[in-house]
Each structure stands twice: as structure tokens, then as C-alpha cells.
Design a binder for this molecule. Structure first.
Ligand SMILES: [Zn+2]
Length: 257
């Protein structure tokens, strides 16, 4: 029985890489769908584009959930947990959630009265479409990644043999994700909330009964930097931590995954 589990190491990295690979395919598909938006017929073509986007996001979300379930099974087996357990695979995002995300992504595409238009809304249509497409990529990525994360979190909640979960952040994750990942397996079994932002590739690591959580060397270093430079300091602790990372963290800063 594996008695320790970590946010780092081969399993966590491989799982994050699988979800990241899925994201890359998703973004490629989302870019290809851009051609469905006809600049001369926005009112007619954007709803069609949204319908197709919804279907693509659902499909990728199902794959993300399947990867999450497979990862959970593997971790459970590696931990030598007795008894069988069937991972409740999370559903793709509800229709309304995807729709509102895509509406947000395309909100600046519509023509406005010049006096009411923001700077973004005054740009040429081609620029606004470009921005909308980028936002749609972010919306799609988060919805898909969240489905995989929800699958692991739901499994932890349903599995009597699971006790907690930890966040696994990449070496190049942002300060926010590193800050939370540095806390280790502090998310009790019934914690539902996973705070993610667009472009977040963090994973969820289940912890099982009898296992001891051991932070990866990089998470331990983030925790040390946080304690030394942010904890208890006046002002925004995240801002202090971000500065400490910029100065002391040997790993690539945001931008790299
Ligand atoms: Zn993250």
C-alpha cells in the first residue's frame, strides 16, 4: 500500500499533462469553429455557432470527466484501498452555464451607439471577433477542465475511503494557484469548491484513508516563501506572495504551464 501521496510526482504530472493535451485539442477545434460566425450575418450566425460550440464543449467535458475517473481509479488502486468503488462521472456543464459564458465572450461583437460604446466595443469588427474568439477559448477551457476536476472532487465526496484532496499546480502556475497548492491536503472530503480561473490547469489529488500527504519539493518551497514573505504581513498576502515568487521562485512564472 502506498502510504504517501503528493501533489507532485509522476502521477500528478501525467494527469495534468493529459488534461492539458485535451485543452490544446479543444482550443484547436474552437478556433476552427470561428468560421461559422459570418461578420455580415452576426444575428443569424452567432446562435448557430453557439449551438455547435455547446456540442463541442460537451464532448470535451465528457472526455475530461473520463480522464478524471481514470486518474481516480488509478490513484485508489495505487493506494491499496480495499473494496470497490465506482466513480460518479460528472455531467458536462449545464446548457445555461455554457450559453452564458459564450454570451459573455461575444458581448462586444454587437454594434453599439458610439456614445455608449466602451473602448473594446469601438474597435473594428474584425478585432472584436478576434477578442471574442479568445474569450470563447477561455470559457471552453475552464468549463472542460472544471468537469474533470468535479469528477475527482465528487468521487472523494462519495468514497468512504477518501479523506481529503489536494491541489496540484504546475511549476509555471500563477501565484494564486501556487498559494493554494502550497497548503497541501487541507481540503476535507466534503469540500466542494475548487477555485479556478480561466486558463487554470491545476489538478485535484485524492487522499485516501491511511495515506499521509507529502508536499512536493516545489509546493514545500512555495509554502516556505508564503510563510516568510506573505503570512501575517499587512496588505494583500497574495500580492506579497507574488512578489516573493518573482524574486525567489526558480520556476517559470505564469505563461508556462
Ligand atoms: Zn491553477
Amino acid at each position: 500500500m502506498a502510504t504517501t501521496v503528493s501533489d507532485g510526482g509522476q502521477d500528478a504530472n501525467r494527469y495534468r499533462a493529459a488534461q492539458l493535451g485535451l485543452t490544446r485539442l479543444l482550443v484547436r477545434d474552437v478556433r476552427g469553429l470561428r468560421r461559422l460566425i459570418l461578420p455580415s450575418r452576426l444575428r443569424e450566425s452567432i446562435p448557430d455557432w453557439m449551438t455547435v460550440m455547446q456540442a463541442v464543449i460537451d464532448q470535451y467535458a465528457r472526455t475530461s470527466a473520463a480522464l478524471g475517473a481514470e486518474f481516480y481509479d488509478g490513484q485508489r488502486e495505487a493506494a491499496g484501498v480495499p473494496g470497490s468503488f465506482t466513480v460518479p462521472v460528472a455531467d458536462p456543464p449545464p446548457e445555461g452555464k455554457t450559453e452564458s459564458g459564450l454570451r459573455w465572450a461575444t458581448k462586444d461583437v454587437w454594434d453599439r451607439e458610439p456614445e455608449q460604446a466602451t473602448e473594446a466595443q469601438q474597435q473594428p469588427l474584425a478585432v472584436r471577433l478576434e477578442q471574442a474568439e479568445k474569450k470563447a477559448e477561455q470559457v471552453a477551457q475552464k468549463l472542460v477542465a472544471d468537469t474533470g476536476r468535479a469528477t475527482v472532487i465528487d468521487a472523494v465526496r462519495a468514497d468512504r475511503q477518501a479523506t481529503a484532496w489536494a491541489r496540484s499546480a504546475a511549476l509555471g502556475a500563477c501565484a494564486f494557484c501556487k498559494m493554494i497548492a502550497s497548503r497541501g491536503a487541507v481540503f476535507a472530503q466534503d469540500t466542494v469548491r475548487f477555485e479556478a480561473h480561466d486558463g487554470c490547469h491545476c489538478g485535484v489529488i485524492p487522499v485516501f484513508r491511511g495515506q499521509r500527504f507529502e508536499p512536493s519539493p516545489h509546493a514545500a518551497e512555495w509554502a516556505r516563501l508564503y510563510q516568510e514573505h506573505a503570512a501575517g504581513h499587512p496588505g494583500s498576502q497574495l500580492a506579497h506572495f507574488r512578489r516573493a515568487l518573482a524574486e525567489h521562485d526558480p520556476n517559470p512564472l505564469p505563461g508556462a504551464f
